[in-house]
Design a protein around this ligand. Structure first.
Ligand code: ADP
Ligand code: GLC
Length: 492
């Protein structure tokens, strides 16, 4: 076998420490699988105030104390803390970049008090990006590849290609930039650019300037050696359509030769009804009957009456525009005319929370809602629901439809991004695993739900659809191998 590679995986979220969405799941399970393949991979993330030192046994790295990091005219101090993530096969070191001023608060990107993005998010992630690079040199550990994720890490490729490129330590380090969500770009006023310390020559439309502002995501897209995103379909959507490209479609189209769609996997050590320790009754494809006990527990949790043959539609979601919640709003009364229950676990924007709250009040015997964040309820919804709703406006990959497949919970999805790539429509193929609709239109969604409800009462067919889903293999191995061979092509 060829020589193992050294990889640093840089992310703003990682399970089980800190999570707002799927990026955190990916940031834990992908590095673990890369490690299983025999490479040395470590993770760098910010040390947010809400990460418990006690729970995760986080400790200082003594020789990585008081690293001076320039942010604009000032020098801010970074300390590096360390911890591990481990599954049964691999253990990966995590470096946390600590600075009380920037990260010693409770929110991650958004202030819990004002519900607005922190005003200094530019400085926070400039500081984080430079700290990561400074840390490597102090450590004396030179990665072959730095794998960056989303806008928060977009400046790293720009730094490596400019102000750090004269230093022999950083020379030859390659960068991979993964887009998990192109709609969040990290756009700041031109004045933020001054704080980066990057040369003025990069503040142009060919560089990281975006209509006279600075754009962190664009920096990652322009300066990385390779760009990836989390499904093939999304890779196509973001370079061919303004709707999905969010203004960066031209930049991506230009770099299409360096763009790869690699679908996310999921961690079956955490998301597997056969071994899940959170749910009341474990089951697998041969003991699907076990699912009904979980349905009972789920309905109890949401104070809804259990009737075995009334289908439960579940949903776990960030409550944001991306997730197609306006479509649900449009058809909710119509959907609830049929004999069905709906349960939602979600956190996010107030307008959506208000809507689901009012829906629950209007249909208290049919609709259950839980606002907030709960791993436990998320597992219970996957195990106890019959169907899973994901009518996203766009979906780079999506993980919950993959969890749903494994739990025999049949996904109803919009055919976009990773949802298109991972779900096969049951009305058009015997190997079908779910129900898909194409056009972003509430009536189309309703039709898909009605198709699902109809087949639900055809027990034989329904069981077959569940089984088709449960035997799918979306483990990380195949995708991790694709990342590893991409890294390899960069490090010749
Ligand atoms: P996105 O990253 O766009 O939110 P994904 O489907 O990739 O979408 O991943 C979402 C992840 O976040 C899943 O692991 C899902 O279970 C989890 N999640 C979302 N909202 C909640 C919540 N309120 N409570 C618990 N888990 C949640
Ligand atoms: C983003 C996307 C989601 C994807 C996740 C992990 O949050 O919205 O579709 O699954 O990142 O890549």
């Amino acid at each position: 076998m060829s020589k193992p590679l050294n990889v640093l995986f840089v992310t703003s979220e990682v399970e089980p420490f800190i999570k707002t969405g799927g990026l955190a799941d990916v940031s834990a399970s992908l590095p673990q699988t890369i490690k299983e393949l025999g490479h040395e991979i470590r993770i760098a993330a910010p040390r947010y105030g809400s990460i418990s030192e006690r729970k995760f046994k986080i400790h200082d790295v003594i020789r990585l104390k008081e690293i001076g990091v320039p942010v604009g005219e000032r020098v801010k101090m970074a300390n590096v803390n360390s911890s591990f993530i481990a599954n049964t096969k691999a253990k990966v070191q995590v470096y946390f970049i600590a600075n009380k001023e920037f990260f010693g608060r409770h929110g991650i990107y958004v202030s819990p008090e004002t519900k607005k993005d922190y005003a200094d998010n530019d400085e926070r992630f400039i500081f984080f990006s430079r700290s990561v690079l400074e840390t490597l040199k102090r450590l004396g550990w030179k990665p072959d590849v730095i794998h960056c994720n989303d806008w928060q890490t977009g400046l790293i490729p720009a730094y490596v290609k400019t102000i750090y490129s004269n230093d022999p330590f950083y020379k030859n380090i390659k960068t991979v930039f993964t887009i998990h969500n192109l709609a969040y770009q990290g756009i700041f006023p031109a004045s933020s650019f001054k704080k980066t310390g990057l040369p003025d020559s990069v503040f142009t439309p060919d560089g990281l300037e975006f209509y006279e502002k600075m754009n962190f995501m664009k920096a990652g897209l322009v300066y990385s050696d390779v760009i990836t995103t989390v499904s093939e379909k999304y890779a196509e959507e973001i370079r061919t359509s303004a709707e999905y490209g969010c203004g960066l479609e031209g930049v991506i189209q230009k770099r299409r030769q360096h763009l790869h769609g690699i679908v996310n996997g999921i961690d079956y050590e955490i998301w597997n009804p056969q071994t899940d320790t959170v749910i009341p009754v474990r089951y697998d494809v041969h003991t699907i009957e076990g699912k009904v006990e979980n349905k009972k527990a789920l309905l109890k949790k949401f104070n809804l009456e259990f009737k075995e043959h009334i289908p439960v539609i579940g949903m776990i979601s960030r409550l944001v525009d991306q997730k197609g919640l306006d479509l649900i709003e449009e058809i909710s009364d119509e959907m609830l005319k049929t004999d069905v229950k709906f349960v939602l676990l979600g956190a996010g924007e107030k307008q959506y929370q208000d809507f689901f709250e009012s829906l629950h009040k209007k249909h208290p015997s049919k609709v259950g809602v839980y606002f907030g964040y709960s791993e436990e309820i998320a597992h219970l919804i996957e195990a106890g629901s019959d169907m899973y709703l994901m009518p996203s406006k766009y979906e780079p990959c999506g993980l919950n439809q993959l969890y749903s497949l494994k739990y025999g919970t049949v996904p109803i999805v919009r055919a976009t991004g990773g949802l298109e790539d991972t779900i096969v429509d049951a009305d058009s193929a015997a190997s079908g695993t779910g129900f898909k609709f194409k056009k972003y239109d509430a009536k189309e969604l309703l039709k898909a739900i009605h198709r699902a409800l109809k087949l639900y009462h055809d027990h034989g067919t329904w069981k077959k659809i569940m089984q088709n889903g449960m035997v799918q293999d979306f483990s990380w191995e195949a995708s991790a191998k694709q990342y590893a061979s991409l890294y390899r092509t960069l490090v010749k």
